[in-house]
Design a protein around this ligand. Structure first.
Ligand SMILES: [Zn+2]
Ligand SMILES: [Zn+2]
Length: 120
């Protein structure tokens, strides 16, 4: 099974080079359904002029552009590629692997849990 440790988007798995983080408005759309002025990911910091909220990290890959979990740019991610037909046990494999990791953490006096409520 190939394994890569890198800084990657948790949704599209594209490599996101460190130091090139992009920010955008977490709300993204106006009441009329059109994008707000800070909906497009860009470099830098600041606030959305339409919603007055702090801009947060976003994936900048066209077609993804999803909001990244908080402090995502500070962690290294590990991607495991897995393929299988429908009902071949992919979800069961992931659940068992997560349980084994939690048990390993317990035995080694470590706390193992989801990164955020979004990744549970
Ligand atoms: Zn992405
Ligand atoms: Zn906005």
């Amino acid at each position: 099974m190939p394994q890569m440790s890198d800084h990657r988007c948790p949704y599209c798995f594209a490599a996101l080079p460190r130091g090139a983080s992009m920010v955008a408005c977490a709300v993204g759309t106006l009441a009329n359904g059109k994008p707000c002025r800070a909906a497009e990911p860009r470099q830098g910091t600041g606030r959305c002029p339409d919603h007055d909220v702090a801009l947060v990290d976003h994936c900048y890959v066209p077609g993804c552009r999803r909001q990244l979990p908080g402090r995502w740019s500070e962690v290294t991610t590990t991607c495991l590629a897995m393929a299988g037909t429908r009902s071949s046990g992919k979800s069961v494999y992931i659940k068992v692997a997560a349980d084994l990791l939690r048990n390993w953490g317990r035995r080694n006096h470590l706390t193992v849990g989801p990164y955020s409520t979004q990744t549970e």
